[in-house]
Write a protein that binds this ligand. Sequence first.
Ligand code: SF4
Length: 388
Amino acid sequence: MGIPLLQKLIVGSYVVRQQLAGRKRYPLVLMLEPLFRCNLACAGCGKIDYPDEILNQRVSFDAAMKAVDDCGAPVVSIAGGEPLLHKELPQIVKGIIARKKFVYLCTNALLMEKRMKDYEPSPYFVWSVHLDGDKEDHDKSVCQQGTYDRAVAAIKMAKAKGFRCNINCTLFNNADPERMAKFFDDVMAMGVDGITVSPGYAYERAPDQQHFLNREKTKTLFRNIFKRGNGAKQWSFSQSGLFLDFLAGNQTYHCTPWGNPTYTVFGWQKPCYLLGEGYAKTYKELMESTNWDSYGVGNYEKCADCMVHSGFEATAVRDAVAHPLKAAVVALRGVRTEGPMAPDVRLDQARPAEYMFSRHVQAKLDEIRTTQPAAAKHTVTTNMAEAG
Ligand code: SF4
């Protein structure tokens, strides 16, 4: 089981409470990006293409705790950039655990062995190591030789010290089902507790635009992988069975962008983790000022190929709570990998894409230059020390 019983119970009861309270929109996982700076430059990354002044910004401990409290989600996924470059991260993790929230610390693992002493094993804490496939696939995906071996060494060290340790895996259109199935077998043999898998989102700023999956290819790829693992039952996924069923083309889902609200150095990102179409200063403002109906597959051109876990896992969880029998059948029988697929959402009425990246970057640069010119210089120095 990729999700421990304690977490299932706490998250399940949270969802039931929200439903009983009649809340239409509520968060499940806070995506906290405390910095954009990274120590890798992956070809499929759409998060690190910012000027240095923005890459040098950090979400402070106080701002991170306020985001956690304001949002109230039972799970916090810390991403980036590379979170282990953030000097206050151990305090941030401790602060979230003290609030009895589950923390997934996503890392490329290059600094993990060195920084592991700053963290303690806890049922509320999970290392989530980025691994996009076997040694050859992963090193190619992150554009640096040797990263797979370092990640595997860090996973082994974490397991030996008693930590929960997952992998998070992003698939592109060059993924080979046979090798991916073998890779999942390998990570299970390493003692990894759970796998998070998702097709990559076609970030408009990612350097490599050729290898993102479209919807049809995504569903076929996941069917071809899951059929090699007994309908995915052979592996321990840290995701709901219905989300995996959706990836294999068996569910027609609309996304739930407010299910994974995202807080970054820009503030609360509209509407989701994948699109930066504006920013709100407070969580309340995000929820009240975002025109949610203008986003999602079928509503917006940029959403056309999205099947990413941060958009659809919350949909699957809500579906599982509303239809427990359906979820139980998938859990018992595994994901169906043969037969007709569920109809997909129509795309022909989607509004055209808007491109606003440069405007947001310029607004943030103006803010930094007027409010913290000295701090910007100081952070450059700090970062050089951190990177070592
Ligand atoms: S489909 Fe939903 S989660 Fe995906 S990019 Fe669009 S709004 Fe975000």
